[in-house]
Design a protein around this ligand. Sequence first.
Ligand code: ATP
Ligand code: MG
Length: 758
Amino acid sequence: MQNLLHNLNEEQLAAVTLPAQSALILAGAGSGKTRVLTTRIAWLVQTGQVSPAGILAVTFTNKAAKEMTARLSAMLPINTRGMWIGTFHGLCNRLLRAHHKDAGLPQTFQILDSQDQLSAIKRLLKQMNVDDEKYPPRNLMYFINSAKDQGLRAKDVEAHDDYNRKFVELYELYDQQCQREGVVDFAELLLRTYELLMRNQPLREHYQARFRHILVDEFQDTNDLQYKWLKLMAGPHGAVFAVGDDDQSIYAFRGANVGNMSAFEREFRVQNLIKLEQNYRSHGHILDTANELISNNSKRLGKNLRTDAGHGEQVRVYEASSDLQEAQWIIEQVKDLIAEGWGRSEIAILYRSNAQSRVLEHALFSSAIPYRVYGGQRFFERAEIKHAIAYLQLMDNLHNDSAFLRVVNFPTRGIGAKAMESLQDAARQYNCSLYAAVPYVAGKAGSSLNAFVKLIEGARFETQHLPLPETVKVVLELSGLITHYRNEKEGADRIENLEQLVSAATLFVSEEGYGLDAPAFLGPQAQATAGTAITTADGIEVIDADAPLVTIMSPLSAFLSHASLEAGDNQAQAGQDALQLMTVHSAKGLEFDAVFITGLEEGLFPHENSAKEDGGVEEERRLMYVAITRARKRLFMTFSQTRMLHGQTRYNMRSRFFDELPEDAIKWLSPKVQKNNWFAHPKSAWDDAPESGNNRIAQNFSRSDSGWRIGQNVAHSKFGEGVIVNIEGGGGATRAHINFGKFGMKLLDLSVAKLEKV
Ligand code: ATP
Ligand code: MG
């Protein structure tokens, strides 16, 4: 016991050993929230207050769940596999597998990641002859997901006009399509579980009685439905231990509601609110920078952070002339760090938007520094992997139309658009899946479709007794994928990835405890006879408390869920000894010795979209707070005068966040210039810019015949003060891009706009 608790401070110890009631641990970054949560689980189990099966722990990512399980294995002399530790999605998947009948789902239901969901929506719009310009698929997806995140079915959504009514109608049709195909999207996993527990009292009471301790990390980022879900799961007597930091709430755009923290305090009758204020991660100057920045937010629950680590080094700020030069400078710094002996994987480069990584990657590639990018395309999102997964999905569930469509003619097997049209007509006519409609298609089209079905059924038959990795191997061959890529010019990488899929399957079965010989298709019935499923007095089947995943899903189903859930995860994975590149969002919860925060410019960070939304800038500031607090020892911040983004050179002002940092914690490596005044800088911004092509264009127009020039500070009656960042055209048709800070970038006709020089 001593061992478990000895490296905690007083407040942490108090939090870990709280009585079995609901509690809220409100604490800043790096104060040990995650450590406290993990230690509490171990302490509860070790002191015999709860069996491992009575624990339900919710983490924000699959990776965090894995790490927590690994820590617990090290702390406790028990098998932690039976513990329910996972993301909301992962836990719901598990529940729905166990009770798929009650939830109205086929045993082999499959999960759509967001990419699959979007194509399912596009398919629906096409089938319904809906104009996708008027009703863009992405908007519909957003509409559906946010309704689900609030716990609303189509019938519960109030539509105020015809346009909205159409969305609601399409939402309903989309749900029907998913049901027919036996697939669920991410938001559906939660909503389905919630509805199941609402409806089914014995089941609800079973889980409420079982999970006496529910623990939630990153609580500030729960959405409305997740909050309701927790309330339902906890029931009247459950104890919910929530840890979070309101200053790190960065998912409002996905429906997260930081208001859940105060609602929680009230509704769970929280008697113990503990604040942790000692930071163990960052040196003093870094922490001061974070504290000072976040103090500019108005809506805060209020807390601060201190450290015993000493001031450490100042935060280094660098102003570049272009994004290319910014990247070059970063690489020089990284080289120095590596030469000083800093580990590559302990250095992170963070950016606000994925698009920024291109220039950085290019520079890193040229300088031969190993690096790894996260948040871009993940393994399970690659096209060749998606194809292979689609074959496996079809073998497990022939009615998955998304999978059917993805591979029916890939590799090409002479099934053309016409054949598919007849097939889709038939499916519509008989209201069945594409697979079921195949017998209704006549002629040559019918026979080639039939050959495809035979291929899938044949693969299913051939692999019925094989373990998962073998099954994957056979499918790669039988499907023709390997042959296809072998004949493709750039196919070698793809084949390598497909081979990695076999390794991923091997790793998966061993990690999940399936045994390397367990047949891929082994169903839960077979497992149930092994005595792991039990029936309660009320006659409902539930899973034995300590049962591992293996009793609920076949290895194949479990692997396919894993592939979809991984694809949806937005966090970095453990990397080799390589530099770490990622968005600030993906860096949540992580820590590094050295951190670069790049692209700190108005419009980029804070992002231009934030100006349009209420509280948008405050959310950006929280994001910046997350970025700063990832660093242990050395922090760099960079910004650039010009940047190529989405094919355009942009001229931005440096981020307003610089004006919110404590002066003595910051070291300006380039001379600090007056805000709004770069272009008057004595050393011309363009002089040493390597990206001369773009700059030359800018210079050509730098003084237009209208008397205006780039860099000129101006005032406008409506938008206030701004700076001219580009001028185009000439004579009576001169227009200028002007950055008005708060009002963003405007394109104004200089012969009409009433501008004054300031
Ligand atoms: P975030 O808000 O970023 O998720 P957190 O509050 O969850 O941060 P942790 O990740 O749990 O913080 O802890 C931050 C770092 O401090 C970790 O490296 C952790 O091991 C260390 N740490 C936490 N508590 C202590 C302690 N009492 N003594 C020494 N180190 C500690
Ligand atoms: Mg944490």
